[in-house]
Ligand binder design. Structure first.
Ligand code: GLA
Length: 544
């Protein structure tokens, strides 16, 4: 072999080796992220009051280099120990600093956490310990960090402080719509949402009504958590049956009503009768979930007692603490009693309510008892999803007929005022299907509440496309609002504040959307604060 040929062949094999090495070793990439300056006074907990979400880096092994300048004013007796950590199982600390009593100047804190395996819901967060947070101010500026990992890394979310939901530059959702609808609402959780002053301020600005995601459901009012409850009293029902009554726990309910009162917020009560999130023991002999289901008579008495106890508890609370003025202005009396699919029949699987009655008797009864025990000016609602599917909707219309048939009964007449269209819709949901649903329900003499609105972004998210869908639906809502001459929409509630906490990204829901992350809401929360999305602006524009 000639020398030059040999040289070329060595070169070629080196090149090949380099190429193979490249394809085995995935490329390491890095993203640089900066965050707005932030000032926090009296943080509400001593951990995680500032968080920077890492959820875009799910399943990646990352190295994070973090740097910020911090100034702490603490008038407590001990120094302020502040740590930037990551909330994986061993809580690695990226950097920490102890700030002495009194006022400090800005101090730079920086550090690196290497090879951290991230899961789906991790973040970088600031925590303190051994500290009375009630007398503390923390200012943070020049926050920047880089995330390094193998493979492609998504671009970080860049926020503009003018888009902060409490900024004067951001209009109020509620004020924008207050002449068109009675109520504009958002659904929230208690812990970490409603019990923070940040969320209370946001709700006061953007809504006049809230729905609790969980806390007013039977499971949460019972608080038996899968156990068999104690019984502590008796109740004689309208059907003559005397039953033993189990314990209920209203402490969270009362606390939530108090927050609503203090912030002048109203609430849709959600929910009295539902096949889901209701304790099995509620349906069983002696409230013992391993015993058999009770008789219809016993169950009807239990249902009457539960509805009476909850509604009277709220009315008494309002009487005592709010001069009798209602906080809860509407109740979802029955939720999701129609089966999925094309049968249009009642939900007859996975429902203990159905198992006891094998008929719609418990649905009709629920509206009898709600009518008997709710104040006359509190609206009663049947609430369901997939109202745009005509077969399923026919089932709902049949249910409404069944309830309305008894509205003039001499004993225990029913009352139903409102159809709750949950509206877990998609950017692809057709306006004309939605319009048909509104037409069918209003023809029954009902008004409409949009009770759980979110818009799935399906397998590809594009901010402008979501904005267009929200605009399209809010225009449709405005066109179908209730007026003095026609039934229509009186209230719109969006199911959640920000994308990071949507229920659509739970595995059971993601399967319906191509197992793809969904971005269905109007706000994002990239750093512990809430910012509007393009979809929010498109909703504001729809009112014009
Ligand atoms: C249904 C229920 C709600 C809630 C959502 C999921 O729509 O009505 O209470 O559980 O599912 O968040």
């Amino acid at each position: 072999m000639k020398k030059t040929t040999k040289f070329v062949s060595v070169l070629l094999s080196l090149l090949l080796l380099a190429m193979t090495a490249c394809s085995i070793e995935p490329k390491v990439n890095s993203v640089d992220i900066t965050q707005p300056d932030i000032k926090i006074t009296t943080p509400e907990s001593n951990w995680a009051f500032i968080t920077y979400s890492l959820s875009d880096y799910n399943n990646k092994k990352v190295t994070i280099t973090f740097s910020a300048e911090m100034k702490v004013t603490n008038r407590g007796s001990s120094p302020a120990n502040l740590m930037w950590q990551i909330n994986t199982s061993d809580y690695p600390v990226i950097c920490q600093k102890s700030f002495p009593n009194g006022t400090s100047d800005f101090v730079k804190v920086e550090g690196t956490a290497k090879d951290i395996q991230l899961g789906s819901n991790n973040s970088v967060y600031l925590s303190t310990y051994q500290l009375n947070t009630s007398d503390l101010t923390i200012e943070i500026k020049n926050v920047s960090y880089s995330i390094t990992a193998q493979g492609n890394l998504p671009k970080p979310v860049v926020v503009n402080e003018d888009d902060y939901w409490l900024s004067d530059k951001v209009p109020s959702l509620y004020q924008t719509y207050k002449n068109l609808f009675d109520y504009i609402g958002i659904a929230v959780g208690y812990n970490g949402e409603l019990n923070t002053s940040e969320v209370q301020k946001g709700l006061v600005k953007h809504t006049n009504s809230i729905t609790m995601g969980n806390e007013f459901k039977p499971q949460f009012i019972c608080q038996w958590w899968g156990n068999n409850p104690q019984t502590n009293g008796t109740f004689t029902a309208t059907n003559g049956k005397t039953i033993k009554t189990p314990t209920l726990n209203f402490s969270n309910v009362d606390e939530i009503l108090r927050i609503c009162k203090n912030n002048k917020l109203k609430m849709r009560g959600h929910v009295l009768v539902w096949h889901s999130q209701t304790e099995d023991a509620f349906f069983c002999e002696d409230y013992n979930k391993s015993k058999s289901l009770v008789s219809k008579d016993e169950m009807t008495a239990r249902q009457e007692w539960y509805i009476k106890t909850v509604l009277e508890h709220v009315a008494e609370w309002e009487q005592k603490n709010n001069n009798g003025e209602h906080i809860i202005w509407a109740w979802d009396v029955v939720n999701e009693a129609i089966a999925d699919g094309s049968s249009g029949s009642y939900r007859n699987t996975g429902s203990k309510w159905w198992d006891v009655y094998k008929s719609d008797e418990f649905i009709v009864n629920a509206f009898r008892f709600a009518n008997k025990y709710a104040p006359k000016d509190v609206l009663l609602c049947y609430n369901d999803y997939n109202c745009t599917e005509s077969a399923k909707r026919n089932g709902m219309l049949k249910l409404i007929d069944a309830v309305q048939k008894h509205q003039n009964d001499e004993t225990l007449p029913t009352r139903i005022d409102v159809m709750g269209m949950q509206s877990h819709i998609s950017k692809n949901t057709s306006s004309s299907d939605y319009q048909s649903a509104i037409n069918d329900f209003t023809k029954k003499g009902l008004d409409i509440h949009v009770t759980e609105l979110d818009v799935a972004t399906e397998t590809s998210y594009n901010s402008a496309e979501l904005a267009k869908a929200y605009n399209r639906f809010f225009k449709l809502f405005v066109d179908n609002r209730k007026t003095s001459s026609k039934h229509g929409i009186t209230s719109i509630t969006i199911w959640g504040i920000n994308d990071e906490s949507t229920w659509l990204n739970t595995p059971s829901q993601m399967q319906w959307h191509g197992n793809t992350t969904q971005y269905p809401l109007l706000f994002i929360k990239p750093n512990g604060k809430y910012y509007i999305k393009e979809a929010f602006t498109s909703v504001i524009d729809a009112a014009k």
